[in-house]
Write a protein that binds this ligand. Structure first.
Ligand code: T68
Length: 808
């Protein structure tokens, strides 16, 4: 993918003329953006085709990553970077009087996910391509992405996110590859002596149309595919959908992304979505496989299917359905292939997020799939009878009390189950999924999450990236473990100052964004303390808020009580139905109002809650963060990934021993992270012995007493209802997430943070060591481990790492 500046300018002007009949100076930002996308796409389309062909030619085993969410964010800059065009294009645009940053802002984020799970899927897509691994994404092309968040009077308001209004310029509709998905109706089986003939009566026929997006690998002439499915009415079926409501029923299938993080509400549409993209994906995989005349009894040697969380767990049953009903394989043969093909990742131990569906609902959505799940369950019970006690069988079977347990289906129907951080996997093995671990120890493994280092450093933080390049060269871009070379320079004062200067530059940039979006002025000299993630009780934004209220009250009492000015920055969406989380948002906003408008503390404390947190906003916040808040109740956060992105950008972590925080601590060492709070064992002990009494902390700690009172006595205005709700959740409902228990430790730790910040040389050194160790959390390495241990896939033989250099 070579490109020179001159060629780029020529190509750009030509396309702008052809497409819009415009000169550069007359074109609107959207026209410039669309033209640029067209140039970029034409730059990789040939390679995209060749990549696919080479998989076929070399008969390479491929993985299909099924995920109900993908969060790619903007693609323009990351594609330019991966193609090796970034500098050329930036310079070419500049010559034409244009600005890449500005044009890039025109792109609407592809926000087809809620949080960590969806972003992880996208980081994996980038890394699979960059490692030259044959990996395809399979998901849903929601018409409305994750809702747009606004604050009105401090309350979260959800607006529709119509990201497709101007079309999506990166994807290609492949109508010729559409498949039919059957849903609902009734199913009839007829035993013809050899197999069951299956007929459906009154089922809806839905056309699943794939939209493919090229996923460009980093400098390796390799482009993979993310395939997202759209539901449409088949031409042949128009007659069966006579009214607008009928049509809408079909189209609605892929309309909305369910904005439920861990709070899950069973909804039939959601279940239909799950079946829809699972069936469409599996059908297209098998159809493709069959083109090459290979026996289906070997399919697991050629393809791997990954079930990202339980949402695509019906893959197991759908794969069986096709092998049995359409290919007429025997059950045992089909089952062996299914188990060897499937693998599953668990992302949570929160009970409410472990999917269970009523049998009746499944019968309505796809009766044949229910039959197959019932048969899998029956055989599972039969096989274990006599070998395991009845209790064990009842606990682990798939269907129990009229409910289908999707995690059980995924574990029983696959050869691998993994957690996403060491502690999380340990909890799965020893606690949450212990029975299964006992039954299938060889199936369990850990794969600690990783992040797309290049996006989160090169794209998001060019200033720091350049400093790193100047110090250790550019090898880290291919192998981020090379970042560890930086550790050698931990006494290099000039470098430490440069790192400090890069941070300051990014803080100035963020301060501008804050001013534009909120009108609030913040000083880049203050410490930027950042908590960015979904709003959830277990993530404990509330603990952070209690600390802020403490600082405020302290300042009111003694204006000289605080030495280090801080700006607290939040970014978080709450699921629309998650009332408590929304109350916390309201309280944070009201505390922000109080603090920011109090002239007596001007310059000492600011609180900023930025609206509509997402990938693009994260790219602006993360490089500017001094402190990274990773303060979930131990055992609750499976891994976390913002913890990795923030350390990579030189933020210091304030953390509980939860999720991947533990591994971060192990890499950076105790001196370079701020750890506090209950440990896993302490939390588990409280949860079993029920000896926790939150009220004790309120009664015995006058500081905490005063802070909690502020929520109900009018000190914080405008939160009559929400303040009481939070107060009650802590005191009456006994504080499910041990906020009060961890408060004192948190405050003491934050005091240490402030003290350390006063010594800028020491602080910068700690930042450097965090950056140096963040390379161990690369998604490149994580997907390599999945590839070797789980999927058994190999890089494309035609791929060469570092095949292209930036030409400019
Ligand atoms: C997150 N899970 C974990 N779930 O919370 C986080 N859930 O610790 C981890 O780092 C990340 O996954 C990646 O492994 C989620 O993001 C969801 O978004 C979700 C969506 C629907 C239903 C349940």
């Amino acid at each position: 993918m070579k490109m020179t500046k001159e060629n780029f300018i020529h190509e750009f002007k030509k396309r702008l003329g052809e497409r819009y009949a415009l000169d550069v100076k007359d074109a609107a930002p959207i026209e410039l953006y669309q033209t640029l996308v067209a140039v970029v796409k034409s730059g990789y389309s040939d390679i995209w085709r060749k990549t696919w062909k080479s998989y076929v030619k070399n008969d390479q085993k491929q993985v299909y990553y099924f995920s109900i969410e993908f969060l790619p964010g903007r693609l323009l800059k990351s594609n330019l970077l991966n193609m090796g065009w970034y500098d050329v294009v930036e310079a070419g645009l500049k010559d034409m009087g244009l600005d890449l940053d500005q044009i890039s802002e025109t792109e609407v984020d592809m926000a087809l996910g809620n949080g960590g799970l969806g972003r992880l899927a996208s980081c994996f897509m980038d890394s699979l391509a960059s490692e030259g691994l044959p990996g395809n994404g399979n998901g849903i092309r929601y018409k409305y992405g994750l809702f747009k968040q606004k604050f009105v009077d401090g309350y979260q308001i959800e607006l529709p996110n119509e990201w497709l209004t101007d079309g999506n310029n990166w994807s290609v509709a492949r109508t010729s590859k559409a498949v039919d998905v059957l849903m609902g109706g009734q199913v009839h089986l007829h035993d013809n002596g050899k197999y069951y003939e299956v007929t459906y009566e009154g089922a809806d026929l839905i056309k699943a149309v794939p939209y493919d997006t090229g996923i460009v690998g980093y400098h390796n002439d390799h482009v993979n595919t993310m395939r997202l499915w759209d539901a449409q009415i088949p031409a042949s079926e128009e007659i069966n959908y006579p009214t607008i409501e009928d049509r809408r029923r079909v189209e609605d299938l892929t309309s909305v992304l369910y904005p439920d993080d861990s709070n899950y509400e069973g909804r039939i549409l959601r279940l239909k979505q799950e079946y829809f993209f699972t069936s469409a994906g599996i059908q297209s995989i098998i159809r493709h496989y069959k083109k090459y005349d290979r026996p289906l009894t070997e399919i697991s040697d050629h393809i791997a299917i990954h079930i990202n969380d339980t949402h695509p767990a019906m893959c197991v049953a759908e794969f069986m359905r096709i092998l049995l009903d359409e290919e007429h394989l025997d059950w045992d043969v089909a089952w062996k292939q299914t188990v060897q093909t499937m693998s599953y990742t668990n992302h949570t131990i929160m009970a409410e997020a472990l999917e269970k569906w009523p049998v009746d609902m499944l019968a309505t959505v796809q009766p044949r799939i229910l039959q197959i799940i019932e048969e899998i369950d029956r055989r599972y019970v039969e096989e274990l009878t006599g070998k395991k006690d009845e209790d064990f069988i009842e606990r682990t079977r798939i269907i129990k009390d009229g409910m289908v347990k999707m995690a059980h289906l995924a574990i029983i129907g696959s050869h691998s189950t993994n957690g996403v951080a060491k502690l999380h996997t340990e909890l799965l093995e020893n606690d949450v999924l212990h029975d299964f671990y006992e039954l299938y120890p060889e199936r369990f493994n850990n794969k600690t999450n990783g992040i797309a280092i290049r996006r989160w450093l090169q794209v998001a933080n060019p200033t720091l990236s350049k400093t790193i390049d100047q110090t250790i060269g550019t090898k880290w871009r291919f192998d981020s473990k090379e970042l560890h070379q930086l550790a050698k320079y931990d006494d290099d004062q000039a470098l430490l100052e440069k790192i400090g200067a890069a941070k300051r530059f990014n803080k100035v940039r963020l301060a501008k964004v804050i001013k534009e979006q909120t009108g609030i002025e913040v000083s880049p000299d203050a410490l930027f303390d950042v908590q960015i993630k979904r709003l959830h009780a277990y993530k404990r934004q509330l603990l952070n808020l209690l600390h802020i209220v403490k600082l405020y009250l302290d300042l009111k009492e003694d204006p000289n009580s605080q030495q280090v000015p801080r700006v607290f920055i939040f970014g978080a969406k709450a699921a629309p139905s998650y009332h408590y989380a929304k109350s916390i948002i309201k309280c944070i906003n009201e505390v922000a109002n109080l603090v920011n408008n109090d002239p007596t503390i001007e310059g000492k404390l600011k609180v900023v809650f930025l609206e509509n947190y997402g990938v693009s906003l994260a790219e602006k916040i993360i490089p500017a963060a001094d402190v990274s808040e990773q303060i979930s109740t131990a055992t609750k956060e499976a891994s976390g990934t913002s913890n990795m992105k923030l350390m990579l950008n030189g933020a210091l972590t304030v953390a509980t021993l939860d999720g991947a925080n533990i591994e971060i601590k192990d890499y950076v060492g105790d001196d370079n992270i701020f750890i506090f709070g209950l440990t896993k064992d302490e939390v588990l002990a409280y949860e079993t012995n029920h000896q926790y009494r939150a009220a004790d902390y309120y009664e015995n700690d006058p500081v905490l007493h005063r802070i909690l009172d502020a929520f109900v006595d009018g000190t914080i205005p405008n939160i009559e209802v929400e303040g009481h709700e939070i107060y009650d959740s802590l005191l009456r409902a006994n504080d499910e997430y041990f906020v009060l228990r961890d408060f004192a430790g948190y405050v003491a730790t934050q005091e240490r943070v402030s003290q350390t910040y006063l010594d800028q040389a020491k602080w910068n050194k700690m930042c450097l060591l965090n950056i140096a160790n963040a390379g161990y959390f690369s998604a490149d390495d994580t997907v390599e481990k999945y590839a070797t241990d789980i999927w058994q896939i190999k890089p494309n033989v035609e791929v060469q790492k570092g095949a292209i250099d930036d030409v400019y």
